[in-house]
Design a protein around this ligand. Sequence first.
Ligand code: NAD
Ligand code: MN
Length: 495
Amino acid sequence: MKDYKNLINGKLVDSASGRTFENRNPANWDEVVGVFPKSTAEDLNKAIEAAKKAYPKWRAIPWPKRSEIMRKVAEIMVMKKEELSKLMTREMGKVIKETRGDTQEGIDTALYASTEGRKYYGYTLPSELPDKSCWTRRDPMGVWGLITPWNFPIAIPTWKSFPCLLSGNTAVIKPATYTPACVGELGTILQEAGVPDGVFNVVYGGGSEIGEGLLNHQDIVGISFTGSSDIGRRIGEVCGKSLKRCSLELGGKNGQVVLADADLDLALEGVLWGAFGTTGQRCTATSRCIIEAPVYDRFIDMLKAKVEALKIGNGLDEANDVGPLVSESQRESIHSYVLIGKQEGAKLITGGEPYTEGTCAQGWFYRPTVFIDVTPSMRIAQEEIFGPVLSVIKARDYKEAIEILNGTVYGLSSSIYTRDLVKAHKAIELAETGIVYINAPTIGAECHLPFGGMKNTGNGHREGGWTAYEIFTEIKTVYVDYSGTLQKAQIDTWQ
Ligand code: NAD
Ligand code: MN
């Protein structure tokens, strides 16, 4: 067990309140992973003040120099990869091969940042007038507030903080209270890599105190948020009032379509990984499987056998496929959806209850669950469940499959399994999601490509790749007139 402290102005400090909260292992609730300060408005104000003070110096450092710090961050993370991954499994629950992937995503994001700083291009355009040049550049904005969820304890915080800092901004981050330890370690790594004091600050605590405090603070220029659509709506509202920029990455209800001509073995592997990886606690998790009628029964038989063969248990054991849910309340929420599914008349073919065998009784485990004969309007086909529950829906034909795929308020990720090139390309065009996979599951984003969704999944921003840098910078348009005369742009000379 480790005692964590706020990171404010480069120093590890207790909360002014002296209050703390515990972070426990969801695979074994008796195990306390760490104790964290329960920060107050006073702590938050100090963190924001430090970030504001550090900003002018940090933004004056050339991009390529800031990039070098990001390379150092990657090097330290490589050295600590196993340690961080084990910590992540202990605080969040997902299996070790996945937490290694989560840490690796952070390393890749740092390496991407380390190259981006040497090529953060603007545009050069011709002028309407002689002896005049025009171009654009990107500049940092100030102090950002970063608010993160618990399901990707390293990857998501790095997706936000590395582009934010590389662009010349400073930041205050508030991680989810279920998974604060990974962000605590990230703060130490950034300091070790040479990020100056005050550039990156970490405070801990709940959304209603510390989260709201960030949103409402006049010195915060923008909020980057990943979490549920309900909280996202609230954040958009508050930021709208003070005209703060805000990027919102929210919920999903992702579907995998299996057409009759698909390679069914491949589609089966895809849905298993998509639906039950991370115990279904991914924003891109496959929550619906939409199967074309001719292969419906056959695919369900194949699926049931494979789901029942998944090994449930502590994520630190390499043999296990499915870890616990993050908390007791998440388990309750998932179980309540199972009861709703039964009431709605969907047919439960496997799972549907907590898993309490052996030592699993000490944690929040749940059996991988499959409902069949789900209809598109049922709540279990519409609402984000965020657990190991798959709703299987039959589609008459291709056209209906795409209608069902698009028939939710969310629009994050979709997947189509088919061997028909025409159907694949048509689906790419028609899918109302920010990410489309062909013959691959709905999960598996790469850090150098844009990530985000349409409809209620967000507000039009994309994290990942170059687009993350668009979130954290302002475009500046530059005109240089070297004619030595007053030249008027065309519109001014019309009369
Ligand atoms: P959540 O919305 O409950 O909390 C997210 C963060 O917001 C936490 O740090 C929380 O403390 C904070 N928060 C809560 N209330 C707040 C408020 N009023 N003001 C400011 N901050 C506040 O989400 P969660 O349960 O941590 O994560 C699961 C959700 O995140 C799911 O809906 C999932 O789909 C979504 N998610 C989306 C993406 C994506 O990129 N689209 C990625 C991962 C998770
Ligand atoms: Mn925890």
